[in-house]
Design a protein around this ligand. Structure first.
Ligand SMILES: Cc1cc2nc3c(=O)[nH]c(=O)nc-3n(C[C@H](O)[C@H](O)[C@H](O)COP(=O)(O)OP(=O)(O)OC[C@H]3O[C@@H](n4cnc5c(N)ncnc54)[C@H](O)[C@@H]3O)c2cc1C
Length: 417
């Protein structure tokens, strides 16, 4: 069988069920597509792919390309609209099967559906490589994913996560194309080198080894709310969301760690946070395009509106709120912001500036190295009171947040001076 494996947010060889399936072929082409829309102004006047996320993605692709080359394979990179590019490749290359990973964003999932309809003789398999559970192994059918996280968590916590597996022992013969582009590596130009967010499965593995080699997981819950500091949260998000690290592998490392060191509230809480990630994925799959609607799933109207001046002041860290400004400067400078910082910045746009939350979500999409469609838009909806929050939105008191999380002003002076 001739198989085309379309790689998206599954940029790894280890514990990759899509690659394992694709490897069961006589000939295989491994392809990824860079969509020019990523770099074109979209609905909110912003191009979705910012510089830092693009750099991380290029690093991830370069690392993957090297690993495949060592196994006699090529990562073929194409530029263009994925549906057009892939339809052409599949027809010209007479592929019988296309393997890819399940997509949780409605636009991305639609691309696979369009290809499937357009090419009825080709078998399409969208595999779960991105989540802890498979669609068929969820604690409830997708249509019954609850409206609140706690109900999902109560059931999901009792489920067993499938063990991760290694990479396929061998890959089938490689199919060549002559017009693919070369994968270019990107240098780490991060001004804050301490963040160490470098794309690729190799860097992900090194980070996991380092994180689980000491006591950090034992105090995770005590420090995860801090505004800054590499060690204060796990920093796995960018590697998880590009697929450089499998979330099942991460959970496996966590349980090994608990056996070797200790299981405590903090190690348990890391798993609970991964269940948040999991919840947002399946919720996104359930609600589809509603993830991007101003009123979300709710009948009630939310009032935020777009004001160009206020929005650009927020983006640039030039508001009347120094703590928010520090967060926004950190985000622009590094492509990362702590969960606390994201909540504070989002709450300010929604409540103090009375902005339309979707513009904020679009700005985060552009800026965050760890951008994930379901987690980003889902968290924004939650804070705006149109998502999975039974309390109907969150308003963070900025003076109080400053007092609790930056009483000595160290965070503000770090990012504002
Ligand atoms: C407005 C807003 C936007 C966000 N956008 C994103 C996004 O685009 N991508 C993203 O991965 N996370 C997003 N988050 C969630 C969270 O802020 C990040 O996952 C976390 O800060 C990443 O750092 P970490 O890996 O050190 O997290 P840790 O605290 O170490 O958490 C471990 C893992 O749990 C998951 N996780 C933790 N908190 C959440 C959460 N609230 N929702 C979903 N998953 C979570 C992540 O996969 C994370 O890597 C957003 C939160 C807010 C409030």
């Amino acid at each position: 069988m001739r198989t085309l494996y379309w790689m998206t947010h599954d940029l790894r060889l280890a514990d990759n069920p899509a690659l394992r399936l694709a490897a069961q072929s006589s000939e295989l082409a491994i392809v990824t597509v860079v969509n020019p829309d990523w770099f074109t102004e979209g609905r909110y006047g912003l191009a979705p792919m910012g510089e830092r996320r693009w750099q991380f993605l290029q690093q991830s692709l370069a690392d993957l390309s090297d690993s495949l080359a060592r196994r006699g394979h090529v990562l073929h990179l194409f530029k263009g609209d994925p549906v057009t590019v892939l339809a052409e490749l599949i027809e010209q290359g007479q592929f019988q099967r296309v393997v890819t990973s399940r997509q949780f964003g409605s636009d991305e999932a639609a691309q696979i559906a369009v290809l499937d309809r357009r090419l009825p003789d080709v078998t399409f398999s969208a595999i779960d490589t991105y989540t802890l559970f498979n669609l068929s192994g969820l604690p409830m059918p997708v249509s019954d994913i609850p409206e609140t996280y706690s109900r999902f968590r109560r059931k999901a916590e009792k489920m067993t996560v499938e063990e991760p597996r290694g990479m396929p022992a061998r890959l089938p013969a490689a199919i060549e194309f002559d017009r693919a582009c070369t994968v270019l590596g990107a240098q780490n130009t991060d001004p804050d080198r301490s963040q160490r967010l470098v794309g690729g499965e190799t860097a992900a593995r090194a980070h996991a080894e380092s994180y689980f080699s000491g006591e950090l997981p034992l105090s995770y819950k005590l420090v995860r709310n801090e505004l800054d500091g590499w060690d204060n949260s796990s920093k796995f998000s960018a590697w998880l969301n590009s697929g450089c690290l499998s979330v099942r592998r991460l959970v496996d490392l966590l349980s090994e760690y608990e056996q070797r060191w200790e299981r405590n509230d903090s190690t348990y809480w890391l798993y609970i946070e991964l269940l948040w990630r999991e919840y947002f994925q399946w919720l996104a799959l359930k609600i589809g395009k509603k993830l991007f609607l101003k009123n979300g799933n709710k009948a009630a109207q939310v009032s935020g509106r777009f004001d160009e001046g206020a929005f650009s002041a927020w983006c640039g860290g030039e508001t009347r709120y120094p703590l928010v400004n520090a967060c926004m400067k950190q985000l622009s400078a590094t492509g990362y912001l702590s969960n606390r910082g994201r909540q504070i910045a989002a709450s300010c746009l929604i409540n103090e500036l009375e902005g339309d939350w979707r513009y904020g979500a679009a700005w985060f999409e552009r800026q965050l190295i760890d951008y994930d469609v379901a987690a980003n838009w889902g968290n924004w909806q939650y804070l705006a009171g149109v998502g999975a929050d039974p309390r109907g939105g969150r308003h963070f008191n900025l003076a109080k947040q400053t007092e609790i999380y930056d009483a000595d002003g160290r965070y503000r002076s770090r990012w504002l001076d």
